[in-house]
Design a binder for this molecule. Sequence first.
Ligand code: AMP
Length: 698
Amino acid sequence: MKLSPSSFFPITTSTFKPTRIATPSSFHRLMASQSTSSFGGPPTVNKTAHDFDKQAFDGLMIKRFFFAPAFEIYGGVAGLYDYGPPGSSLQANVLAEWRKHFIIEEDMLELDTTIMTLSDVLITSGHVAKFADWMCKDVKTAEIFRADHLVEGVLEARLKGDKEARGIAAAPVVEMTDAEKKKNKNKKKVASTAVKLEDEMVKEIEFVLAQIDNYNGKELGELIRRFKIVNPDTQNEVTEPEEFNLMFGSSIGPTGQVKGYLRPETAQGHFVNFARLLDFNNGRVPFASAQIGRSFRNEISPRQGLLRVREFTMAEIEHFVDPEDKNHVRFNEVKDVKLMLLPKDVQQEGRTELKEMTVGDAVAQGIIDNQTLGYFIARIHLFLTAIGIDPTRLRFRQHMANEMAHYAADCWDAEIQSSYGWIECVGCADRSAYDLTVHANKTKQRLAVQQTLAEPIVVTKLTPAWDKKVVGVALKREAGVVTKFVDELSEEELKDLKEKLEGPNASASVTVNGTVYELLPTYLTIALKTTKNSIREFTPNVIEPSFGIGRILYSLLEHSFWAREADAARGVLSLPASIAPFKCLIVPISNNADLMKISHEISLRMRKAGVACRVDDSSASIGKRYSRNDELGTPFGATVDFATVKNGTITLRERDTTQQRIGPIDEVIKVISDLKNGTINWEQACEILPVYSGEQEV
Ligand code: AMP
């Protein structure tokens, strides 16, 4: 069965109209500035003439093979995708930018750790017990839903229906054909019906939706009952939400006795190598490790194209920092970066309006917990906008209390708006000392920093001194746990114990792991002891920016897509030159043998100069070939004609404006190379290459 694009991309029937502004890469900012420039100015490009057309966009993605369902000829599997030539190059270019922006600029330690992960590691990290989502089933058909997505989809549809009934959003109700209904079967999007709700109900639904990520399974069950939520397709009731662990389990080796999992994140690979990384960094913090690699999550019901898949590329950073000093030495460089923030207190009041502020102010006002977290949030913003994400559709949302892991100090998601709504594309969490502590406790390895102090610290405190022989005889195998427990008591607790041991009964009891032990003065004495410490040992805290590359790619592709003003069917992807899959299309004007020969020579010269290019020697008209090229997001086109053979010149077409310049072959190649490297901008290119008038001597 051949699957059509729309079976994989739910078609949004909503009135989604993205705020369109030119793609904000430096390249496009420069393009925009051309209209007033001194070189005559290119025609103004209107990228917002047509509303975003999701179906046309999805069609383009499949037709040009940016990506497609994996195992398509076998019918495909939800949540698994293959990237084709342009998608793979785009991903490689985005990752190259990521490495430059983070690993190189921030001097991070790069890692490449195994995907297959020992189950002990994931038991210790808490993933085996807790890496789960809430799932419910249609009681009759057993169709499976992710509980929060079901509640969200149904409530959003009710709000939309209410708006339609009130005449606020006059979305035309289009009757679907049978074929469309069939294609729509897999959609999570719930069709809305124009039904007016009570004002109170609207408020309540808005409140629930504003904190939909904040509910646990029991609460989701209560919401399902409270709002009488059923399977929107069958109207059947659904079961109570139950937990479903998202990890793919496996076993390592032929005996099947060593249990493993495909990793659900790359982070654990950093933590288990912490001691070596610290050593590599001469025993000092702060430092960061970084890793790009595949992760796997057995998502309950992946229905959002590349946004929710079961295998995806992540790029994760673990920045290890002294818990007592979370300032960042380069914070000043980013303090003026403006961010759109959605803090937790705003969401807890059921509101979603954004606060625009500089990262400097957000940290100073305690909205963002510390400088290091703020620094990374700003750097994430700069990275995303540099690769072409529209800054007006980028926000940072703070996690609410229930959403955040219990150990996390603060957490912000970079969310990008697309036709699927606001989607988390990068998580940025302060994970405190949790991971290193649990792995150190489990393995009994030191995963901590030892810092030599300039001034030794002199400490006088109550300290137990044990008579090991007596305790050993009295408590036998339990002696170790009990002494450790007492050694770790607070000053107050030790004082209390000391008083009891010196009191009239001369005994004291302690409860360790639910067992009561009787301590006698012969076991230990507690006295003030003065120690001089010239080493401070601490477990670093971890700030973790975690990027989902597929989500970023998809959002970027949507943000880059527009249609020519004169022809809505002519789609263009305005990808920045630095990350576009191909930089130049070489177009011979006919299949004349001389033109073909020189076209392939030029292509070789370009590729040797590091410019990814392709020759389009098909018989399609030049206009058609350029249109195809616009769909691939190729920023430049070089036309090869008889003047090329005679004079050694080629014309250079710029994708968005379609403006043409002319110059000698090597000069044009150099200009394209400089443009894609970002060492010159289009305005400077136009100063090097004159306008092509359309006439040449042949
Ligand atoms: P998390 O560890 O859940 O915070 O995820 C880190 C990042 O991975 C998210 O910000 C997403 O960009 C990405 N991600 C998580 N789950 C998926 C998925 N099922 N499909 C695609 N990307 C995902």
